[in-house]
Ligand binder design. Structure first.
Ligand SMILES: *[C@@H]1O[C@H](CO)[C@@H](O)[C@H](O)[C@H]1NC(C)=O
Ligand SMILES: *[C@@H]1O[C@H](CO)[C@@H](O)[C@H](O)[C@H]1NC(C)=O
Ligand SMILES: *[C@@H]1O[C@H](CO)[C@@H](O)[C@H](O)[C@H]1NC(C)=O
Ligand SMILES: *[C@@H]1O[C@H](CO)[C@@H](O)[C@H](O)[C@H]1NC(C)=O
Ligand SMILES: *[C@@H]1O[C@H](CO)[C@@H](O)[C@H](O)[C@H]1NC(C)=O
Length: 758
């Protein structure tokens, strides 16, 4: 008897603990509740065959069964079941039901109750057994079985968990004892365990037997607690009641079971307790020293390097191996799932911004690298691996936003003499103020304007016309080239003078020349002034020569403009890439200027192409075959018209005024006033088309206006570009001897204007 009871306890504990569960299932016969009735068929005047009694409940089987068995034995006796007259022909060991109902008093139950009462399901199972035997509706005291007949899933206050989760618990926990009761972990799990439906362990057909040898009843079978008691289905398997476990298994926080078993097992233990019982049974700061992948450890599969990983030194790359360790990831239920991970603190301790150089410090890679470092280590205690100005470094710096890599500033070497003497780096001192740099451009512009204005007033052209270029309208080509060459010469001279300054020997000549070609020049105003002159073909020649020179210089400046737009596009500057950058506003101005320049040039070219194509078609199909000069004129006028088409709306007024002015000056009052037209732009020319001469003149007006407006817009774009660039580059762009440079430019552009006019 003793042997059997110990076996059952061990079996149950084993079943729920280790893999003896297999044993349980092999010995299991599914209980078919329907064809088993408690009231046995063979009822001999209140005496029944023990094998017809309901099997032993689980919680009794798991405890010392001696009281239970002796109680049953008391009501069992050898009875005659078959008589032949007065002679008994057959004796059987039978149990008296009325005796049982008295024997299973509350005293007997009380000794089993602390254990059976832990789990509500076990309690309900016991109650059903007692109720069937004794008819009582209570166990020990009246009312203590209330609600047990009507269980629902909510009756398991904290729910249940599959017994499998104990594989997530470290051995130091599963091998430990409850702090208060000293009951082993496995045993507590077993006491709270249940299966999906009631199952039999043992001989289901013969749950009880009277052993004459032991002179006692023995249990051949017992029933597991089934979740079917709550009238719900769950998947096949073994489970335990969490509430039951958590109240029965206590932990002494001073002596946690896994305190001395290493950090990983300790983490596993705490996570297991938290996932099973919640954090109330753990100290407040229980998460502090855990080895979890939530923050302190980064799972290898989530690890990523910054873009510049190729430039990172070997020691840094190897840190992930050196700092690798096992840590707990959380599975869907909150239990530990051991993963390979990188110890964040270990990694961060050994890395700082300067650990990696090369491309890690350049623009987008740098931004990415800083962001990576910041995300990785910023919350690590006592980590100060980022430089103080990291926020600036995390956005494009002014130097990043300059599309080219060369600078104009004195190299430090040549300044050593000054450094030693003045005790400070001279570079910043020698750099003119940005206002001066822009001011020099403004001066050149003003001088150009004055030259144009004065030469017009003083009538140089009239003097010159007399003997020099006696009105050769075709010479605009030559003059234009000359003007452009003069400008380039001035730029070249200036670049050389910069290069010859000590400290500036490294300045790239061609690059700087091309950049200076994009300087804003006042060509539009000069052409406008010339256009207002009351002279015939001469002015056209002057304007054309200036325009031609301007075209040459603009095509040279396209190199830097296109480079800027392209750089901005590549680095996403046009779509918000420089929102947070230092001097971002200046950069925006510069890039907007370059883009505006490109759009204007593009639009002008497109219009020109269209005009030429249209005109080609016209002349190709033309059968009138007009004289050559007339064709040329028509061609020019067509081109002009086409060029102007997109500007028609906005510039109608200006053009009208210009045309009026022009006509007034050329023709005086001898012609019908232009303004008589109904304001429709084409109407103006329509009225003139009958008179070929006038038509040509009006088309020239057109052409002038188009030129002036295009050049005005280009001029604005160039000012934006330079304004932004100078502000942005500041001390990176420090041409020395600004006064000399300005003087040379003033001279060259003034001479250019005069050349164009004479
Ligand atoms: C108790 O008896 C009822 C019928 O009266 C039966 O449905 C139930 O299964 C019995 N319980 C046990 C534990 O045998
Ligand atoms: C419970 O498990 C048994 C096997 O042990 C299975 O046959 C039965 O269908 C399960 N019951 C429910 C309700 O899923
Ligand atoms: C602890 O358990 C609670 C509830 O079960 C859960 O919300 C929380 O995330 C767990 N904490 C940790 C660190 O796993
Ligand atoms: C947790 O807090 C207690 C005091 O509230 C302190 O004694 C203990 O050292 C803390 N443990 C950790 C790991 O921070
Ligand atoms: C990290 O740096 C510490 C000192 O800051 C050093 O003791 C340790 O060896 C380094 N670890 C690795 C993996 O380089």
């Amino acid at each position: 008897m003793k042997i059997s009871s110990t076996y059952l306890v061990l079996l149950m504990a084993g079943v729920y603990g280790v893999d003896v569960r297999e044993a349980l299932h092999t010995a299991t016969v599914d209980y078919n509740g329907e064809d088993r009735t408690l009231v046995p068929q063979n009822n001999y005047n209140g005496w029944v065959n023990p094998e017809n009694l309901a099997p032993m409940p689980q919680c009794i089987a798991q405890q010392g069964q001696s009281t239970w068995l002796s109680t049953m034995t008391k009501c069992t006796g050898k009875r005659c079941t078959s008589h032949f007259g007065a002679i008994c022909t057959h004796h059987q060991w039978l149990t008296q039901l009325s005796c049982l109902s008295i024997a299973f008093s509350s005293d007997v139950i009380e000794s089993y109750f602390p254990y059976c009462g832990r789990s509500i399901l076990a309690k309900a199972q016991l109650y059903l057994w007692i109720h069937n035997i004794t008819g009582r509706t209570w166990l020990i005291d009246v009312g203590d079985a209330n609600g047990l007949q009507n269980l629902s899933p909510a009756s398991l206050a904290k729910g249940y968990a599959a017994v499998d989760v104990i594989y997530n618990a470290p051995p130091c926990l599963t091998g430990s004892d409850s702090a208060l009761s000293m009951e082993p972990f496995q045993h507590v799990i077993a006491s709270c365990g249940f299966t999906n439906t009631t199952q039999h362990t043992g001989n289901a057909a013969r749950p009880w037997e009277y052993s004459a040898f032991l002179r006692s009843m023995i249990a051949l079978d017992f029933e597991t607690v089934g979740y079917n008691l709550v009238r719900h289905h769950i998947r096949d398997g073994d489970y335990f009641d969490k509430d039951c476990f958590c109240s029965a298994f206590t932990i002494d926080l001073e002596k946690e079971p896994c305190l001395g078993s290493g950090q990983l097992d300790f983490t596993k233990e705490r996570l297991w307790i938290n996932a099973t019982c919640g954090s109330t049974s753990l100290p407040d700061n229980w998460t502090d020293i855990l080895k979890t992948t939530q923050f302190a450890y980064i799972p290898i599969e989530d690890w990523h390097w910054p873009i510049c990983v190729a430039d990172m030194p070997k020691q840094v790359i190897e840190l992930t191996d050196q700092c690798a360790t096992d840590a707990c990831g959380l599975d869907s239920s909150g239990y530990c799932e051991v993963k390979r991970a990188v110890d964040r603190a270990c990694f961060c301790r050994n890395i700082s911004y300067d650990s990696c150089g090369g491309s890690c410090h350049i623009f987008e890679n740098r931004i990415d690298y800083i962001k990576w470092l910041h995300d990785l280590c910023d919350n690590v205690q006592d980590w100060h691996g980022l430089p103080d100005n990291w926020r600036q470094l995390a956005a494009p710096t002014p130097i990043d936003m300059i599309p080219w890599r060369w600078t104009i500033k004195p190299s430090i070497d040549s300044d050593i003499a000054y450094i030693t003497r003045l005790g400070s780096i001279r570079a910043t001192e020698t750099c003119s103020l940005n206002e001066w740099k822009l001011g020099s451009f403004a001066l050149v512009n003003i001088a150009t304007f004055l030259a144009a204005f004065l030469s017009q007033r003083t009538g140089i052209h009239r003097i010159a016309r007399g003997f020099l270029w006696h009105s050769h309208p075709q010479c605009w080509f030559f003059k234009g080239t000359l003007i452009a060459a003069l400008q380039l010469l001035a730029i070249w001279f200036n670049v050389l003078s910069v290069q010859n300054t000590s400290g500036y020997e490294d300045v790239p000549v061609i690059q700087l020349m091309l950049l200076w070609c994009s300087m804003p020049r006042l060509a539009w105003l000069t052409i406008l002034l010339i256009g207002l002159q009351p002279f015939g073909a001469m002015e056209f020649s002057a304007a054309a020569s200036l325009l031609f020179a301007e075209m040459i210089l603009q095509s040279l400046s396209s190199y830097y403009m296109i480079m800027t737009v392209n750089y901005g596009r590549e680095h996403n500057f046009y779509l918000g890439g420089i929102e947070r950058a230092e001097r971002g506003r200046l950069a925006k101005t510069m890039y907007a200027g370059a883009l505006m320049w490109l759009i204007i040039i593009g639009a002008a070219l497109v219009q020109l192409m269209r005009a030429i194509r249209k005109m080609n078609r016209l002349t190709g199909s033309g059968s009138l075959d007009p004289p050559k000069s007339q064709t040329a004129k028509q061609t020019a006028s067509k081109i002009a018209e086409e060029l102007m088409a997109p500007l028609h709306e906005g510039c109608a007024k200006l053009r009208e005024k210009l045309a009026h002015c022009w006509m007034d000056k050329t023709r005086g009052s001898e012609e019908t006033p232009l303004t008589s037209s109904q304001g429709g732009d084409y109407m103006v020319y329509g009225t003139f088309s009958v008179k070929g001469q006038h038509h040509w003149v009006s088309q020239k007006t057109f052409l002038y206006t188009a030129m002036v407006i295009i050049m005005l817009l280009l001029w604005i774009a160039q000012w934006l570009f330079w304004g932004g660039f100078i502000g942005l580059s500041s001390e990176e762009f420090c041409p020395p001897k600004l006064g000399v440079l300005t003087a040379v430019w003033i001279a060259s552009s003034s001479i250019g204007v005069i050349i164009s006019i004479i």
